[in-house]
Design a protein around this ligand. Structure first.
Ligand SMILES: *[C@@H]1O[C@H](CO)[C@@H](O)[C@H](O)[C@H]1NC(C)=O
Ligand SMILES: *[C@@H]1O[C@H](CO)[C@@H](O)[C@H](O)[C@H]1NC(C)=O
Ligand SMILES: *[C@@H]1O[C@H](CO)[C@@H](O)[C@H](O)[C@H]1NC(C)=O
Ligand SMILES: *[C@@H]1O[C@H](CO)[C@@H](O)[C@H](O)[C@H]1NC(C)=O
Ligand SMILES: *[C@@H]1O[C@H](CO)[C@@H](O)[C@H](O)[C@H]1NC(C)=O
Ligand SMILES: *[C@@H]1O[C@H](CO)[C@@H](O)[C@H](O)[C@H]1NC(C)=O
Length: 930
């Protein structure tokens, strides 16, 4: 028999009968790439080749300079991770399995020197019975040979009879042919990121040895589970009866044999006190192959609801499910933290009652949490790093703290990254962040041959089941921009082929994926595409239960959600250019990161606006290929930022090139923030308009690396101007101005997303930029009441340049309102400030506001004061080496009204000395030459 068994046997003193699970995570691995160039370095699991090569000093920081282009050779080589497994149990395991929770992507796996399997999907869990190989094994070696994903994608694309699409449908960022492979689509490049196409064992891996214990009928290992908590009678996509009991459906996928007569029990404990809430047997246990499923009806009185951030508490429960054999012995237990909530994307036809309330006909398109409509406030979450193994829970905790600090309650987990790991959903559960989650298909149409579909079925089933217990899970969407952009592209470029590609689209997104969601969850709604006009019919007795509306629209009716980008900055603040829909799931404009971020990634000599490295890191518009020759696309995007800044603000002309660069980067951020603020005000106002607009998720929450993008948070966690402005404009009760350039109509609205009405007063004052009050056009103090999830017009007038010098007038407005946060019974005072100027700030007669900054270390508060004029876009900046966010930033400051600003410190490598390097400036500083 095997030699290793004899050797291992020497170390075994006691006969062990417990299941043996060996975690293969760690650094006992070697990474090599024969026959390419004979690199052999220490490797790790979970990891990817780029990370291990960087750690070994073979390559420099992949994020530095032009490494996006220069490290193509890493993506174009094979990489082999190998190890010798230690800790194998020799006392007759009944079965030995290898379990990989994620292999990225194309592998050929050898175990004990023999070929075991090949894999081709980054998103699947793979498990292999290696018992036979192990029984004839001289050395328990494991090696995983990763092929080059870009090269293999090209080979698949070149196969005879392979699917093709009309020109332009498959959007190419850097590497082509991503649609043929099941790997993170943005690994091949995107308009905000690099294209490293990494390879490696990117998720944990295990050896599982099942034993034959004397006192049990069988040994099993739970490799995945699916816990679904819905209301009895609930159907996907439809609002359930909120008074119905809860229905728990628990389902475990196991390795090993489920014995006949196996049963399931449940135990709920309060996750903060550990107090037992309930326990019992699951009924109707069924065993289908290696899956056991059972249900229980739960008394709703026993459980407190889970709510998103700002709408109530995040009550969480631990659920323990055990598998028992017929003699009552426990074969396995699984513990997951979960919560009780219903979350539905309501796309039902607008009812007569709704029409009577003034809502435009069409269909609904909004979320309901526990039966309540609410306003979804948030942004789009992209992969937080090009290399997932270095995404830590500390990083996500810090990022999600920023999400809730900015009054957001929903993220869209965008469709062309990776299915988020459980720890990310766990943090979302805790923070109260709803995760609109998507299958990994985006900005392409996909093949539908049988092999591809079968691969997708495995991927989708695993991930839907894996994350279903998280109360933060809000939705499954088939993919990104498929209906609005991809099908539209086909229709525009090859209308005669539209029906053919539509049929393929429907096979994948309206047959395969929807049925996987519906089969594994009653609690989660599904849409085929992130942006959609909703369904014409939902009929659970049809094999394809959802029949889409597409462009089958009636004029005057309002249907789905909107996706809006417009790089013509001349209309940025013209709200008649914004889409009128029920929900805005994507919108934005790109800006530069701060100087501090650029300094992490490029050499000092490249710190100017159109340096070649800056341009080549700007992927809007994407290079469309692999080399560095295509500056034209980038310069178009650089131009859009430049023109927007020049059109709307004073722009810097500083002689110190780094100072000039920094000021320009900052000015592009001001435009970005200003534009998003204008759109968010418009979308939120729509909650009280006929379109009954109930959500805005801007593009995009965070950066994947240091480069120009639509993000509000830079790669290292630093907030751009946008994130501060999002925090401000996502407050529950806001005041916002709407000015029609053509007619001069000027309206001011108060908008609230509270669930009951709020009342208060609005105060207004016009100022000249030097701080002098303007009295001939005053607006009185106004009392208002704003209804639940509604908006109210507080003031309307017409303005013109003869009564008001547009270049020397700024309206300051503030409100103070009393109301109740949802699920509280205390009254809170809500305040909000805003400002308005009728013409571009590029033409404003700004004066030196004489800003002063002081710091009180005893209370850790900065005080900022304008002493000689109005400061617009007042910005407090802090140095590299520290990460913090101020309570507010990017604000208007009136003379004689000092503002106190606290901060949350997240990390500090300066030993506190950063405080002395904090600076304050405003847009006026752009007029200074130095
Ligand atoms: C055992 O392994 C050797 C080489 O490692 C191979 O030649 C032989 O066929 C294997 N025997 C069985 C029964 O698998
Ligand atoms: C590269 O990897 C692929 C996928 O694992 C494999 O099929 C191929 O044989 C490998 N090539 C070399 C030279 O190792
Ligand atoms: C709950 O139980 C866990 C593990 O059993 C323990 O670590 C934790 O301290 C307990 N919490 C409380 C509040 O008792
Ligand atoms: C609750 O779940 C957490 C996380 O899974 C775990 O650490 C803790 O021990 C559990 N508490 C109990 C009482 O099971
Ligand atoms: C669960 O089932 C077992 C075995 O059938 C039974 O002994 C036990 O009383 C049941 N427990 C509950 C809470 O119903
Ligand atoms: C259990 O199965 C019975 C018979 O098939 C069915 O009537 C009952 O509704 C099921 N109970 C649950 C909780 O699913």
């Amino acid at each position: 028999m095997a030699i290793f068994k004899l050797i291992l046997g020497l170390f075994l003193t006691l006969p062990v009968i417990a299941q043996n699970v060996i975690d293969l995570s760690g650094s006992d691995w070697t990474l090599a790439n024969p026959p390419y160039n004979n690199i052999s370095v220490p490797g790790a699991v979970p990891s990817q080749a780029h990370l291990d090569l960087y750690a070994a000093g073979i390559i420099s920081d992949p994020y530095y300079g032009l490494n996006d282009f220069d490290l193509r050779w890493v993506a174009e080589s094979n990489w082999t991770y190998s190890t010798t497994i230690t800790g194998l149990e020799s006392s007759s395991p009944t079965q030995t399995w290898l379990v990989f929770n994620g292999l990225d992507t194309f592998t050929s796996i050898e175990f004990c020197g023999q070929h075991l399997a090949s894999t081709n999907n980054q998103f699947r869990q793979y498990y292999f019975d290696v018992s036979v190989l192990l029984s004839n094994c001289t050395a328990p070696t494991l090696s995983v040979n990763f092929g080059s994903a870009p090269l293999i994608a090209d080979q698949i694309a070149a196969e005879p009879n392979q699917e093709t699409w009309p020109y332009g449908v498959e959007i190419v960022y850097e590497f082509p042919n991503r649609q043929f492979i099941r790997k993170e689509q943005s690994d091949f490049g995107w308009d905000w990121g690099p294209a490293f196409a990494p390879a490696g064992i990117w998720q944990p891996a295990y050896v599982v040895q099942l034993m034959s214990p004397p006192n049990k009928s069988s040994d099993i290992y739970v490799r995945n589970s699916d816990f679904d908590i819905s209301r009895v009678g609930q159907l996907n996509n439809l609002p359930p009866d909120q008074s119905a009991p809860w229905l728990l459906n628990a389902s475990l996928d196991v390795l090993g044999t489920l014995p006949e007569g196996a049963a399931l029990t449940y135990l709920f404990t309060n996750s903060s006190t550990n107090q037992t809430i309930s326990c019992g047997n699951l009924t109707n246990a069924t065993i289908l192959a290696n899956t056991i499923t059972g249900t229980a009806v739960l008394d709703p009185a026993a459980y407190e609801l889970w709510w998103p951030h700002g709408l109530g508490p995040q009550n969480l429960y631990n659920l323990t499910i055990s598998v028992l054999d017929s003699s009552g012995a426990t074969l396995a237990t699984v513990n997951r933290r979960t919560g009780f909530r219903t979350i539905v994307l309501n796309m039902e036809v607008i009812s007569e009652e709704q029409i009577a309330q003034g809502i435009a006909p069409g269909n609904n398109w909004h979320f309901e949490i526990n039966g309540h409509e609410f306003y979804a406030k948030g942004s789009n979450f992209i992969p937080p790093d090009a290399f997932w193994p270095r995404v830590t829970s500390a990083k996500i905790q810090q990022l999600f703290d920023s999400v809730t600090a900015a009054n957001q309650n929903m993220l869209r987990v965008w469709a062309s990254g990776a299915y988020a790991p459980d720890f990310i959903y766990d943090i979302a559960d805790q923070e109260g962040i709803l995760m609109w989650s998507e299958f990994e298909f985006g900005d392409a149409l996909y093949p539908t041959d049988q092999e591809f579909i079968e691969n997708v079925i495995e991927e989708a089933t695993y991930n839907v089941r894996r994350v279903n217990h998280h109360p933060s899970l809000a939705l499954w969407a088939g993919g990104n921009e498929l209906e609005s952009l991809e099908l539209q592209n086909v229709n525009d470029t090859a209308p005669e082929e539209y029906n053919f590609y539509l049929m393929q689209y429907e096979q994948l997104f309206l047959d395969v994926l929807i049925n996987i969601v519906y089969a594994n969850s009653k609690s989660i709604s599904y849409i085929p595409s992130s942006t959609t006009n909703g369904y014409l019919e939902l009929n659970f007795s049809l094999p394809e239960p959802m029949i889409e509306r597409y462009n089958n629209k009636t004029p005057g009716f309002v249907y789905g959600d909107t996706d809006y980008y417009n790089y013509d900055s001349s209309v940025a603040f013209n709200y008649s250019s914004y889409p009128v829909g029920r929900f805005a799931n994507e919108f934005g404009y790109h800006s530069m990161p701060s100087l501090q971020s650029w300094q992490e990634a490029i050499s000092p000599s490249e710190l100017y606006f159109n340096s070649s490295t800056v341009q080549l890191r700007n992927h809007h518009y994407p290079p469309g290929g692999l080399n560095t020759s295509n500056f034209a696309n980038s310069s178009k995007g650089m131009g859009e930022m430049t023109i927007a800044a020049e059109r709307w603000y004073k722009v810097p002309y500083k002689t110190d090139y780094v100072a000039n660069f920094s000021a320009w980067c900052h000015t592009t951020q001001i435009f970005q923030a200003d534009f998003y603020k204008s759109e968010i005000q418009f979308y939120r106002r729509g909650s009280g308009f006929p379109n009954r607009q109930l959500g805005s998720l801007y593009w995009q929450l965070e950066d994947i690396w240091q480069a120009p993008s639509w993000a509000g948070i830079e790669y290292d966690g630093r907030w751009k101007v946008l994130h501060y402005i999002a925090k401000d404009i996502y407050q529950p009760v806001i005041i916002s101005p709407f000015y029609n350039v053509t007619t001069g109509d000027f309206e001011i609205y108060v908008t609230s997303d509270l669930w009951s009405s709020a009342s208060g007063t609005a105060f207004f004052q016009w100022y000249q930029w030097d701080g002098t009050l303007i009295t001939n056009v005053s607006i009185p103090v106004i009392s208002f009441t704003v209804g639940a999830l509604n908006t109210t017009l507080v003031y309307a007038t017409t303005i013109d340049n003869s009564t008001l010098d547009y270049n020397n007038a700024v309206l300051y407005m503030n409100i103070s309102a009393r109301g109740q946060l949802p699920n509280t019974n205390t009254t809170t005072t809500f305040t909000h400030e805003n400002f308005f100027h009728a013409d571009s700030l590029a033409n404003a007669r700004l004066v030196d506001p004489g800003l002063r900054l002081t710091y009180d270390s005893s209370v850790q508060v900065f005080t900022i004061e304008a002493t000689s004029g109005v400061a617009v876009w007042t910005w407090i900046d802090y140095p590299a080496g520290v990460l913090l966010n101020f309570d507010s930033n990017g604000f208007l400051l009136l003379p004689g009204h000092p503002k106190e600003v606290g901060y949350i410190l997240k990390s500090d490598t300066t030993n506190g000395s950063w405080v002395e390097q904090v600076t304050v400036e405003s847009l006026w500083d752009n007029t200074l030459a130095y």
